[in-house]
Design a protein around this ligand. Structure first.
Ligand SMILES: [Zn+2]
Length: 437
């Protein structure tokens, strides 16, 4: 779940940039672009200065500072250096865990006490290219972070720098050397297993199949197999399309972790790849108990919509309605939006409607998005954080997107009504008349 959420958030970040390209009104673009460039330039200079101050601090104290604010005033005379020009709140990091306790600082510092152990481990694995300080304030750019690495390199990255390891080290071979060194220093320490999938990918990329296979065998032979380990095995074997082998491993995994959703859906995937349609279907259903709800009456709800008026599922009886659980932050939700709009526009006059249930955005983010993207259907917004939303709780929504298509009589058709399937299901559902009519 966490992994899915992380990917969704990453994609969400990327999507925000994509959508930012199409606002309803465009102020002077040239002027804005010039300002963005200037901000990035100043921010880069700030990061360089912060890097030098950290070096000076280390010389004096023999260790990194706990927080960037420790650099001021001795090693960093001007406290404004700690503020990114693109930070409109003047001194707030994107993640609250990064918030400096002593003074306003815009930058995420990867070596403060909360992260220190984790980052030290990552640095051992991936080397000095690891970000030490990062800025995430440059919205509307083609990158998510502006980074200062442990080796004082300044680079732009997408949300996860790890994906571009070979770019960062200059070549695939150089990246391989760094990871091999890390493994040599810590042979088979379980916490280093996460290096394996990357190294296997890099070996495969340069055509070094024997080394890739040797590493796969080492990963397979590891004694303790938790769910994270099976996820890694799945990823490397799926990339190599070794499905028969995967089936054997995941049958064992199912015995070790009965009813574990991450094992069950992977078994469904493997069976699909092997052409075992019936078994794939069985495992799909086991992995997701909500399939049991198909064909059953969806319990009603009453709420206040974003327009301030009451809304209930009962109001939509007689229509085919899609209950769309979504968030602006969720990349997959935003990717689906053009499809939703198209299906809505095509069938809204034939009895199709959508109710958006927004989760985990702020009201401003939601209002901005529906205005800029001209979303016509009604929205429910509780203002409550993820997990506390009454509708999410009522319908047991643990991840988005989730799209419940409900027929004219209030019966659930599917809780996965998206993509190409959505239109097919809507057309089908509109054909059947309500039994109450
Ligand atoms: Zn910045």
């Amino acid at each position: 779940m966490t992994a899915i959420l992380t990917v969704a958030i990453m994609l969400g970040l990327l999507m925000i940039f994509v959508n930012a390209d199409t606002p309803a009104e465009k102020p002077n673009e040239g002027l804005m672009a010039a300002q963005h460039e200037k901000n990035i330039e100043t921010c880069t200079q700030n990061l360089v200065a912060i890097g030098k101050a950290i070096e000076a601090y280390k010389k004096e104290h023999g260790d990194f500072p706990d927080w960037l604010s420790d650099l001021h005033p001795k090693h960093l005379a001007d406290a404004n250096t700690l503020i990114c020009p693109a930070d409109e709140e003047d001194g707030k990091t994107t993640f609250s865990m990064n918030t400096d306790p002593k003074m306003p600082v815009s930058y995420g510092y990867q070596f403060h006490p909360e992260y220190r152990e984790e980052k030290s481990t990552q640095r051992e694995m991936y080397g000095d290219i690891m970000p030490l300080v990062r800025c995430r304030h440059h919205a509307n750019e083609a990158f998510a972070c502006l980074n200062l690495s442990f080796s004082s390199k300044i680079y732009k990255s997408s949300a996860v720098w790890e994906l571009t390891l070979e770019d960062l080290y200059g070549s695939t071979e150089a990246a391989i050397t760094v990871l091999e060194d890390a493994l040599a220093r810590h042979p088979d320490a379980p916490r280093f297993f996460q290096v394996y999938p990357q190294l296997i990918r890099l070996y495969t990329k340069v055509g070094n199949e024997p080394s890739a296979n040797a590493l796969i065998e080492r990963l397979k032979a590891a004694p303790a197999k938790d769910l994270g380990h099976y996820r890694m095995l799945f990823d490397v074997l799926a990339r190599a399309e070794r499905y028969e082998e995967m089936l054997k491993i995941f049958k064992e995994a199912e015995q070790q972790h009965p009813d574990a959703e991450p094992i069950l859906w992977r078994l469904a995937y493997i069976h699909k790849k092997l052409g075992n349609t019936e078994l794939a279907d069985i495992y799909d259903r086991k992995a997701d108990p909500k399939y049991e709800l198909w064909g059953k009456l969806v319990p009603g709800f009453s709420a206040t919509a974003l327009d301030g008026k009451p809304i209930s599922l009962q109001d939509y009886r007689g229509k085919v309605v899609l209950l769309d659980f979504w968030g602006v932050w969720c990349g997959f939700c935003i990717l689906e939006m053009p499809n939703l709009k198209r299906v809505y526009d095509t069938y809204k006059d034939q009895g199709f409607d959508i109710i958006g249930v927004n989760l985990a955005d702020t009201e401003k983010e939601l209002r901005d998005y529906i205005r800029v993207n001209d979303i016509q259907w009604r929205q429910i917004f509780s203002g409550k954080a993820w997990g506390d939303d009454p509708l999410a709780q009522q319908y047991n929504i643990t991840g988005v997107p989730e799209q419940w298509l409900i027929d004219r009589d209030g019966t659930l058709i599917s809780h996965r009504a998206r993509g190409e399937k959505l239109e097919q299901l809507v057309v089908e559902a509109l054909k059947s008349k309500s039994t109450n009519q």
